[in-house]
Structure formats: structure tokens, C-alpha cells
Design a protein around this ligand. Structure first.
Ligand code: MG
Length: 368
């Protein structure tokens, strides 16, 4: 079975409410979809969000990478030899991890469909690790304190018990944000704090210690300092009690290796848009597993196709103990049929082949 065609299309989905972090504000999902078709007529689907401030990938660059570099390199390749396909994709163009992720997951979708099994079964290391039900957190955007408190209370009322609180906009105010949210939601809710690189080293240590002293009961702090400040990340990790999760600091397998070897963070956030897809994400899982470093499966602002690829990965690998896969819950509409079921904080994986989606009827695909 060979790759016959690679096609692209676009989706536009408004969000329920604008998404705000220390890095950006977004009010809709505008992603490129990829369809890979085999010479036997099977199709696989992938998706790439243009998260320029994090990955450097723009709508134009994602399309150009697939159209001009990745698709020409992969067409005609043997789908029974995935290793060669991913090697060819890696060689076709450097970086461009979002474009690669979209093609990578479409190929995995197709490969699992050709075996007649759900993708999570194909990705599983050991069958006993498989979970067909996951729990995701939900993001609380960084805003004024009262608004964040109200959003947090609503999220808990809506059935989410793990909140990912975005901070990184002024250390003392961030302490206030988290302290007031904890007061409002009570002791049961799990609070994850994500600074999205918003603090300096000193500010990070001071702010996290203040949160600890105020009894905020935080599960972890994500990416306290700049993604380039590896030394700072390690310093913060050593200076505070709260576990530190590396997000923007870990894109590649090599980044993960360095974080793990030098103990620069306690935990790793794996996102397909950073790793360039499932193939490299699996390598990070294996490395993390060998060192006992727990991982989170995260997403950018994405809709259900690419988030579901991460859902299958998380379901397949026990070292992924945390899910930040709330993309579909933030979207005001669901343009897809099939796939995992997103019900409040729960995600259920059906026994459908591949990632599980039908071709979205609203999307016009163009062969590239
Ligand atoms: Mg993050």
C-alpha cells in the first residue's frame, strides 16, 4: 500500500470565549487539515494550528511546507514502511513541526485504519497500559482576578475538577490570581499553573514560593521562564518544592533528552505540534518511561482531529499521566463526525479504526 495523494483544506471554528495567555489572544481556531490517500483508497486525516508565537509556524508556512517539501517527498512511498516515511519527512525540510505533525498523524490514522484497529491499540507499548477513558484539565485564560475566579467557578460547575490556570502577567498579581481561585473552588479541585515563559528566574522562584506559602496547593507549575533559559528552568526546579513542567523548552527528542539528563524540570509536556507528530512523541515517551519522568499530553488551540491524535497517544502510553486536551471543549462548534467522545472533563475512546473521524463534509480538499 502506497501514498497516492496528499491534500489540504481549511477549517474555521469560533471559540466559546477568547483564549488568553501570557503570549497571545485568540478567538477562533483556523487550522489546516491534511488528507493522505493510499493507492487502495483509504484516507487518513491530520490537522495543524498556526501557533506562530510558540512554534514559529504560520498559515502560509504550514501550507508551503506541506505543498512544496513534504508532499513531494512522500508521494509514492510504501505505507508498510513507516520508519522510512518519517525519515523522508524529517529530511524534506527542517523545523516546521506543525506541518510535519499534521502529515504524521494522517499517516498514523491511515496505517491504523489499514490494520482495522484504533490508533491507540497500534501505539500501545504494553496492552495493559491502555486506557479508553481519560480526564482532561480545562484552561482558565489569564485575565483580571475576578474574571478568572468566575471562569474557574463555572468550569468546576461544568464538571471539570482539574484547572489549568494561565498566569505570567506580574508575579504578585499571579499569586493573587491563584490564591483567590483556590479560595473560590475549594480544596478538592486540582490547580495547574502555566506561566507560559512569563517570569524571570528570580520572579519565578519568588512567585512560586509565595504560592506555596499561601497554601495554594498547586499540582505543578508549567514553563516558568523563557524557553531559551535552560539554566533558569533548572534553577527554578531546584529552588521550589512544586514540580516544574517543561513545555515550550521541549520540542525535539533531543530537548527532552537534555531536560531528563540534566534534571532541568520534573515533568514534560508533549505536544504533537512541537515534536512534529506521533513518531517523535513516542520516542520521548520511551525516554521518559526509562527515567520515570511523567508526561502531560498537551495541545495548542486545536480542534478535534489533531487533539484526538494526542488523545490516542495518551491512551496508549502509561507514562502520560496528565492530559491537557481541552481544545474541542473550547470550540463553539464541532464540524466532525466520529472520533473520541468529549464529554465535560472525560474523553472516551471508541473502538473505531484509526483516529476515528469521517471525512469532514464542510472542508474542500485540494491535492498538493
Ligand atoms: Mg503550556
Amino acid at each position: 500500500m502506497r501514498i497516492k495523494d496528499i491534500s489540504i483544506g481549511y477549517i474555521h471554528i469560533p471559540l466559546k470565549t477568547p483564549f488568553r495567555t501570557a503570549l497571545r489572544m485568540v478567538d477562533s481556531v483556523n487550522d489546516m487539515l491534511v488528507r493522505v490517500t493510499s493507492d487502495t483508497g483509504l484516507t487518513g486525516f491530520g490537522e495543524a494550528p498556526p501557533t506562530a508565537v510558540i512554534t514559529g509556524d504560520t498559515p502560509e508556512s504550514i501550507e508551503a511546507a506541506v505543498r512544496n517539501y513534504i508532499a513531494p517527498a512522500l508521494k509514492g512511498m510504501d505505507l508498510d514502511d513507516l520508519e522510512s516515511i518519517f525519515r523522508a519527512m524529517e529530511k524534506s525540510i527542517a523545523k516546521n513541526t506543525s506541518a510535519k505533525a499534521a502529515v504524521d498523524m494522517a499517516i498514523y490514522d491511515l496505517a491504523a485504519k489499514s490494520r482495522g484497529i484504533p490508533l491507540f491499540r497500534m501505539l500501545a507499548g504494553r496492552p495493559e497500559e491502555i486506557r479508553t477513558e481519560l480526564t482532561t484539565d480545562i484552561t482558565i485564560s489569564v485575565n483580571e482576578v475576578d474574571e478568572m475566579v468566575a471562569d474557574s467557578v463555572k468550569a468546576v460547575q461544568d464538571g471539570f475538577h482539574i484547572l489549568k490556570v494561565k498566569v505570567g502577567k506580574g508575579g504578585e498579581k499571579d499569586v493573587e490570581r491563584v490564591r483567590r481561585i483556590r479560595e473560590a473552588v475549594g480544596p478538592e479541585a486540582v490547580l495547574r499553573v502555566d506561566a507560559n515563559q512569563g517570569w524571570s528566574r528570580e520572579e519565578a522562584v519568588r512567585t512560586i514560593r509565595m504560592m506555596e506559602d499561601a497554601g495554594c496547593g498547586i499540582e505543578l507549575v508549567e514553563q516558568p521562564v523563557s524557553c531559551h533559559d535552560f539554566k533558569g528552568l533548572k534553577l527554578v526546579t531546584e529552588a521550589v518544592e512544586t514540580p516544574i513542567l517543561a513545555d515550550e523548552s521541549v520540542f525535539s527528542v533531543e530537548d527532552a533528552e537534555r531536560i531528563i539528563e540534566e534534571k532541568a524540570a520534573d515533568l514534560i509536556n508533549i505536544k504533537l505540534m512541537k515534536t512534529g507528530g506521533i513518531h517523535n512523541a513516542l520516542k520521548i515517551c520511551e525516554m521518559a518511561q526509562a527515567s520515570g519522568v511523567s508526561c502531560m499530553a498537551g495541545c495548542m488551540l486545536e480542534s478535534a482531529i489533531s487533539v484526538s491524535a494526542a488523545v490516542h497517544l495518551a491512551a496508549a502510553r502509561g507514562i502520560i499521566t496528565m492530559c491537557d486536551l481541552d481544545g474541542p471543549s473550547l470550540c463553539a462548534q464541532n464540524p466532525y463526525e466520529g472520533g473520541p467522545l468529549y464529554e465535560g472533563e472525560k474523553i472516551y475512546l471508541p473502538e473505531l479504526p484509526g483516529i476515528g473521524f469521517k471525512e469532514p463534509e464542510s472542508v474542500q480538499f485540494e491535492n498538493v
